[in-house]
Design a protein around this ligand. Sequence first.
Ligand code: SF4
Length: 337
Amino acid sequence: MSKEENVNYAAMWTWAHFDPRRTLFLLRMSWRHWRAQRRHRRQQRRINGTIPSVLAISPTMRCNYNCQGCYSRGRPEDNELSTDELNALFSEAEDLGIHSVVLTGGEPLLRNDMLDLIAQHRRLLFFLITNGSLITPDIARHIARNGNLIPLVSIEGFASDTNERRQPGAHETALRAFGHLSKARAVFGFVATNTSANSSQLATDEFIDQIVAIGCAVGFFTEYVPCGPNSRPDWVLDEAARAAFRNRVLAFRRHKPIVLSQFPDDEYGKENRCSGAGRVSLHINSQGDIEPCPFVPVASENIRHGGLIAGLPVDLPACHSRTTRVASAPSLRLFSL
Ligand code: SF4
């Protein structure tokens, strides 16, 4: 990636330096990230293989919305990972030097154990994607206290786009959630799915200025991928729309005080290739299956059989069979910093 395509660190600083709480958050996250990277390098050397640095986890596929085009509708909702299983997964991720976990779904806040679990794993930075409907003032204060969690409230642009894709009133609900988070002085952001239907609205100064005024520190644009029984192939961007949107994001990065990421463009990077399937990231679904990414629901491994390490593309010496690799997983804790 060229320099201008990198994450806008100037925006991060503009966002943080007027507010001691934000500055502290940023410094704490940078310190933890640095330590995680050291652990990550060390563990990769130890297993002689590749450990992703980011995990996407769907703790549940249940949702109280039924948005058009949602990739997760129609996935099985039973047999969810238990609290203990999620706890073990987060511990393993910390020990492996994974630094970020994106909680998606489904609606992760439908699980009552979510915020307490996050609080127990402070070496990880969590991004929690939510429709915002369950964010009350109490939940917002809980999120702000956690200190290692950035909720990303889903919004599709202005009111008409959000209400049309999600459900009537969804935009107002998202704005209410932003308000509670802002009042609680949490660090929060938005996530928007970029489709042929809303791309031109998302790419306006007006939208970004509105979102900055709301108090969002970060924003994620994810390009629509048709997937699942609800898919909308007509929402796929064509090349011209994709290039135009990329140019707008790069322009926003130069001028707007918000840290913006755009997927898949930012993910593809210099090598212009997908970073899923364990290269940089992996997806664990609500039943523990290890998938290349949330949009590719295929798996041959499950964390219930040997933990996360069992599904990684490790390259241990020939004497290490699958069984011994699994058995050695708990010992990773001994090698962590
Ligand atoms: S897009 Fe999100 S909020 Fe909407 S149905 Fe899917 S999981 Fe639920």
